[in-house]
Write a protein that binds this ligand. Structure first.
Ligand code: HEM
Length: 138
């Protein structure tokens, strides 16, 4: 898939504003964990500081995977398999909640949030999420 350059610039600039704010991923996980008991249960034994670092990296990796970067595609494949039914068993519906929580968080953190920024996040993240969901039954 070819992503529009303007959309990618909008995404990258917002990603940078968010990732440089130390509250971004703390706030995201705070919201996500309380959003649903199943999510809370999945993270009950997780080192959340480490988890934040992993998500920090994977947001860049999803962005690079939209550009068909080989290393990023291999990374996304490994992360998708780790979330599949036979491993962490993350049901596909939970990704929709994940995305809505992420958008809510970006809206709070990014001082120049607008409809274009929201659309850019949704487009880029949906690329990663669709891939993760497609590997659920593997
Ligand atoms: C596109 C969306 C997502 C991305 C990019 C992502 C990314 C990651 C990454 C990079 C890891 C670390 C994998 C490793 O240790 O090798 C991880 C672990 C994990 N993720 Fe996700 N994740 C996503 C969605 C979700 C969702 C929807 C859930 C639902 C609860 C979830 C639950 C978990 C859990 C439970 C772990 C393991 C934590 C532990 O080690 O205790 N993830 N995720």
């Amino acid at each position: 898939m070819k992503f529009d350059e303007l959309l990618m610039d909008t995404f990258n600039e917002s990603l940078e504003r968010c990732q440089t704010d130390p509250h971004f991923l703390t706030l995201f996980y705070k919201k996500f964990v309380i959003s649903n008991p199943e999510v809370q249960e999945k993270f009950s034994n997780t080192d959340m500081e480490y988890q934040k670092m992993m998500l920090h990296a994977s947001l860049y990796m999803i962005m690079l995977a939209t550009r068909n970067n080989d290393a990023a595609e291999a990374y996304l494949d490994r992360v998708a398999k780790r979330h599949s039914k036979s491993a962490l068993d993350i049901r596909p519906e939970l990704y929709d909640l994940w995305l809505e929580t992420l958008i809510e968080t970006v809206k709070e953190i990014d001082s120049i949030f607008n409809d274009d920024v929201e659309n850019a996040w949704r487009t880029v993240m949906t690329f990663g999420i669709d891939y993760m969901k497609s590997k659920y039954d593997d």
